[in-house]
Design a protein around this ligand. Structure first.
Ligand code: NAP
Length: 252
């Protein structure tokens, strides 16, 4: 067996991030057990403890770090500690994100700034903190969780759409900057996925949404996690700078 890969996942306690942590901790491929995982969360301590207990895999280390992903200082300190405890970093999944929806006329400056900081600046923070290590070892896999809303827009989500469009531009620029160092950078753009983030939708909004999805249903966190796992696996070694929509056909 080759040694485990070492992954950092932001926003790992709930929804899509939680499914990604589980996928990376259980996936095995080509003699590599994916993966030792350090996950970052912001507030839900019980969610972090629960997740650590849920993953019963004695072959993998699962570490939890409480940190605000919007802070570069905290990102750098967290990455440093994770690297010391895991022995390095091979994979970064930028998943942490929030919504603060409103029509622009009613959207406050704080709603705009909070979403840009949590969804876009966090991607800058963690990418900046890991790449010096990845460049040195000439290997890295970075996957950013964007959204179909960053591609097609959505009324009431100008802040969110702008942050996710920013993530896509950032992904492509990083892919170009880092390709020669054997670091791939891709984005996954989920459609509507059943998580806490979408649990506030009314039945009427849910019906409207599913009518727009050719597959006729919302996705599950695992639908996203599988694609993230693939992009981190050796089968995807020649894929970089791509945005893969996982949306039941919504944006085809
Ligand atoms: P979720 O269930 O609300 O979970 C969000 C996660 O991010 C939580 O673990 C939360 O930690 C963490 N987080 C939020 N702000 C943070 C911060 N400042 N620092 C550190 N951690 C922070 O969301 P989700 O639906 O799984 O979404 C995950 C990602 O997928 C987001 O980037 C979202 O934009 C994207 N996405 C979701 C959908 C969807 O339909 N659900 C669609 C497209 C894209 P705490 O619980 O500790 O706060």
């Amino acid at each position: 067996m080759l040694p485990n890969k070492r992954a950092i996942v932001t926003g790992g306690t709930r929804g899509i991030g939680r499914a990604i942590v589980k996928e990376l901790a259980s996936k095995s491929c080509c003699g590599v057990l994916f993966s030792d995982v350090a996950f970052i969360y912001n507030s839900c301590d019980e969610c972090a403890e629960e997740l650590q207990q849920e993953i019963h895999n004695p072959a993998t280390k699962i570490l939890a770090f409480k940190a605000d992903a919007t802070s570069l200082d905290q990102a750098e300190a967290t990455v440093q500690e994770a690297i010391e405890k895991l022995g390095g970093v091979d994979i970064l999944i930028n998943n942490a994100g929030i919504t603060r929806d409103n029509l622009l006329l009613r959207m406050t400056e704080k709603d705009f700034d909070d979403v840009i900081n949590a969804n876009l600046k966090s991607v800058f923070n963690y990418t900046k903190a890991v790449i010096k290590h990845m460049i040195k070892q000439r290997y890295g896999r970075i996957v950013n969780i964007a959204s179909v809303v960053g591609i097609i827009g959505n009324p009431g989500q100008a802040n969110y759409a702008a942050s996710k469009a920013g993530v896509i531009g950032f992904t492509k620029s990083m892919a170009r900057e880092l390709a020669s160092r054997n670091i791939t950078v891709n984005a996954v753009a989920p459609g509507y996925i059943e998580t806490d983030m979408t649990s506030k939708l009314s039945d009427e909004q849910r019906k409207k949404l599913t009518d727009m999805i050719p597959m006729g249903r919302m996705g599950k966190p695992e639908d996203i996690a599988k694609v993230v796992g693939f992009l981190c696996s050796p089968e995807a070694d020649y894929i970089t700078g791509q945005v893969i929509a996982v949306d039941g056909g919504m944006t085809m």
